[in-house]
Ligand binder design. Structure first.
Ligand code: SF4
Length: 369
């Protein structure tokens, strides 16, 4: 029966992949619905290679910072955000943040700083511009990958400026690229259920579209494993593909598995995604996103062993050293918060692939042939 299923549903898709043809919505749904996980992984790896991929697997030496966990939005899946009055709420000044970053740079070294925050209503736009400028002055050789599209939208509300004006000011202060958060799932039905206070997805696309046109590359994500259907996953991926066709500025796609701990969903008995679902999402993303060159197996989220398997399911990037992760760990992630370069090299080699350290823009920094 399994063979018949494979012949009926995946064989026509394989023909399309081999011919370099674009997959459509129905193909995406068939891929999500298949139980033939190994076939799916092999197909995704084939797609990666047909499109020019080789044995190289990328990682970056990066450093995560969260300047404030105060947030006005209250997404139901979030275990990170606090109100200003809660005991664990914090907001670092630009001075405190820069001092921390410089100390860590001297300790471990990195080529990228990655910052995402809560949407703090108690700061002004200068808080962000000043932080960006100060970081850039203190660490001019470090790429600044700062602020999700949701935060950029928040800054338009704080300042009265347009998205383009906000991005231009940040770019002038030293912003290099945007992370991909805030996308969640684009379907209105899902957004109303998990993040009713978050802006409409049209703003997410407008921000990334504007950034790309200003020469600011960005990343894109999908938060899966909560209330979304397979149809809504496929719709999400195809909307990203459509945007990439228009502006071409997405450097990488990062699927993010929902972590229920310390959220309202934990109290309803929700569990972590299965490894099979994580691999399925990696593979289908690779197959559908034929114009986004890099798919990340985010080890923070899936752990190193599963990330190694994901490298054979279409992924070609394992993110980076990270050093300090708070958002997924607030929601129950039990993975490490830091990986050393030599650990990442050993891990990629053990998966049978060639480790390549990259910078944010995927220029090669070092390789281990
Ligand atoms: S996901 Fe982001 S916007 Fe939503 S509550 Fe958490 S910090 Fe705020």
């Amino acid at each position: 029966m399994a063979v018949l299923d494979r012949l009926d549903t995946l064989a026509p898709i394989r023909e399309k992949v081999e011919a370099g043809e674009r997959l459509d919505f129905e193909d995406g749904l068939a891929l999500m619905e298949t139980d033939d996980l190994l076939e799916l992984g092999e197909l995704a790896d084939l797609a990666r290679r047909v499109r020019g991929g080789n044995d190289e697997v990328y990682f970056i030496q990066n450093f995560y910072l969260n300047q404030t966990n105060v947030c006005r939005v209250k997404c139901k899946f979030c275990a990170f955000a606090m109100t200003q009055k809660e005991a664990d709420a914090y907001t670092l000044t630009a001075d405190e943040l820069v001092d921390d970053a410089v100390q860590q740079y001297e300790r471990v070294g990195f080529t990228e700083i990655h910052i995402v925050n809560g949407e703090n209503p108690h700061v002004d736009f200068d808080f962000y511009v000043e932080t960006t400028r100060r970081l850039h002055e203190a660490l001019p050789d470090v790429h600044l990958k700062l602020y999700t599209a949701s935060e950029i939208h928040h800054m338009t509300k704080l300042s009265g400026l347009t998205h383009e004006q906000v991005l231009r000011e940040l770019q002038a202060a030293g912003l290099g690229s945007l992370p991909g958060g805030g996308a969640e799932i684009f379907a209105d039905r899902v957004r109303q259920l998990i993040a009713p206070g978050k802006e409409h997805p049209d703003y997410w696309f407008h921000t990334h579209d504007t950034a790309h046109r200003l020469g600011i590359p960005t990343h894109c994500t999908m938060l899966y494993g909560h209330v979304e259907t397979y149809e809504e996953r496929v719709d999400h991926l195809l909307r990203l593909r459509e945007q990439q066709d228009k502006t071409g500025g997405f450097l990488a796609f990062i699927p993010l598995a929902f972590h229920p701990e310390n959220t309202v969903f934990e109290r309803r008995g929700w569990r972590f995604t299965t490894g099979a679902d994580d691999l399925k999402v990696i593979a289908v993303s690779r197959l559908l996103l034929d114009n986004i060159p890099n798919i990340k197996a985010y080890w923070i989220m899936m752990g190193m062993p599963l990330a190694a398997v994901a490298l054979h399911f279409g992924a070609n990037d394992v993110q980076g050293t990270v050093v300090r992760e708070q958002i997924f760990h607030a929601a129950g992630a039990t993975t490490e918060t830091e990986q050393k370069v030599e650990e990442l090299v050993r891990f990629v080699r053990a998966a049978g692939r060639l480790p390549v350290q990259r910078d944010t823009l995927y220029n090669e920094v070092r390789r281990w042939d």
